[in-house]
Design a protein around this ligand. Structure first.
Ligand code: AMP
Length: 379
């Protein structure tokens, strides 16, 4: 059996959005029990009411509700179908599915959620024309801030603020109905950018400017490794061995280090990842890590620069910085090969998600910064 990881998480990811746990299964169950009890007290044991669930959202609520209802009852379901393009408004709505004899019966409409009340009022109008004995409305969730209709709602389970919710039968574009708890949308207020490009493309220079402008935390894995080498930490000693040869530090080591750097900044408005991810494995780990935090990478921006120009820049930098990996042209060319061999797949990885943005990295530094900002400002 496949385990659905969304089923038990604090944060779930559906399509392009994150949702955080909002109302627990046990609280929902209490509200359902209470609704069933109140309705039974009003109707009494002499009558068998007809409950009518509105599909699709109410199917789970209705199933739990009828089992919580202390007396006998009948249940039916209806669906509001829309047909596009058939009248001047472009939409004709029609009720589907009610086959029971409702003459002189107490009918109670079961809604999963009432927000503006638009759908409900159409259903209500249809029912009012029918020869029922009494028509009542019960809803599990209610958004008082947006409800605009004059309808009387007889029974309300839980009132909630005007936030989009999923779970317990409610969906976001088809997904999320199976969740046992209710989740509410989590706005992604962080900006997380990967700045990408071969060694010497100007990532560090541009990152410093962007960090300042957007108040982002800049994490350069190369810088963190170098700081560790300087401090002669265990991590530094391990990394030095690879860095001196122009090889990548193993994924496990780098991923753990990156996570630790992110965790050091719980209040960050976003991160600028520079030099990470460099392999597909790192990209996957980063996505999973950010998803668990209810956020994600918004864009990977690549600085595109021809190789000869890169070698020239790195040799220049090596003279000033003393970086051993920048002082030898053959080592530099080897790093490009490594970059191509392992890192170029990342272009594919982010392109598939519509998050790859290539930028010409040749030219005036400020002009390049401007191009980067134009991409980041979209988020
Ligand atoms: P950089 O300053 O980004 O050019 O990084 C310098 C060196 O640090 C690289 O050549 C790698 O040896 C190592 N390094 C930096 N980031 C990573 C990473 N994400 N994965 C593996 N090794 C890395």
């Amino acid at each position: 059996m496949l385990f659905n990881s969304n089923q038990m998480s604090e944060i779930v990811h559906l399509h392009d959005k994150h949702f955080e746990r909002f109302i627990s299964e046990s609280r929902i169950q209490k509200a359902v029990d209470q609704l069933a009890k109140s309705i039974y007290e009003d109707i009494g044991s002499d009558e068998i009411p007809l409950f009518v669930g509105i599909l699709n959202g109410s199917f789970i609520f209705a199933a739990d509700f009828v089992r919580a209802y202390p007396g006998d009852s009948e249940i039916s379901f209806i669906k509001l179908a829309s047909y596009a393009g058939m009248d001047s408004t472009g939409k004709v709505k029609q009720l589907l599915g009610l086959s029971e004899d409702i003459k002189d019966r107490t009918v109670i409409i079961l809604e999963d959620i009432i927000d503006t009340g638009n759908t409900l009022s159409k259903i209500y109008d249809t029912f009012e024309k029918l020869p029922v004995k009494e028509l009542k409305l019960a809803t599990l969730f209610f958004k008082p801030d947006v409800f605009t209709k004059a309808l009387h709602i007889d029974y309300i389970g839980i009132s909630i603020p005007d936030k989009f919710i999923v779970g317990y039968g409610l969906d976001y574009d088809g997904l999320g109905r199976n969740l046992k708890d209710i989740y509410q949308i989590k706005e992604n207020i962080m900006k997380n950018i990967v700045i990408f490009g071969p060694p010497g493309a100007g990532k560090g220079t541009q990152a410093a400017r962007l960090k300042e402008h957007y108040q982002l935390v800049h994490i350069s894995t190369g810088d963190v490794f170098r700081a560790n080498i300087k401090e002669k930490t265990d991590l530094g000693m391990l990394a030095k061995h690879y860095i001196d040869k122009g090889d990548l530090v193993p994924d496990e080591v780098t991923i753990d280090m990156l996570k630790a750097e992110v965790e050091k900044n719980p209040e960050a408005k976003g991160f600028l990842f520079d030099g990470f991810p460099r392999t597909e494995k790192q990209a996957l780990a980063l996505d999973a890590f950010l998803q668990a935090k209810g956020t994600m990478i918004n864009a990977m921006i690549a600085l595109e620069v021809p190789e000869d120009e890169l070698v020239r820049r790195l040799l220049e930098r090596g003279k000033i910085s003393g970086r051993t990996d920048d002082q030898d042209a053959s080592k530099i060319r080897y790093r490009f090969k490594e970059y191509e061999r392992k890192t170029a797949v990342l272009k594919d990885y982010y392109q598939k998600q519509g998050k790859y943005f290539g930028i010409n990295g040749l030219g005036d530094i400020s002009e390049i910064t401007q191009l980067l900002k134009e991409v980041i400002d979209q988020f």
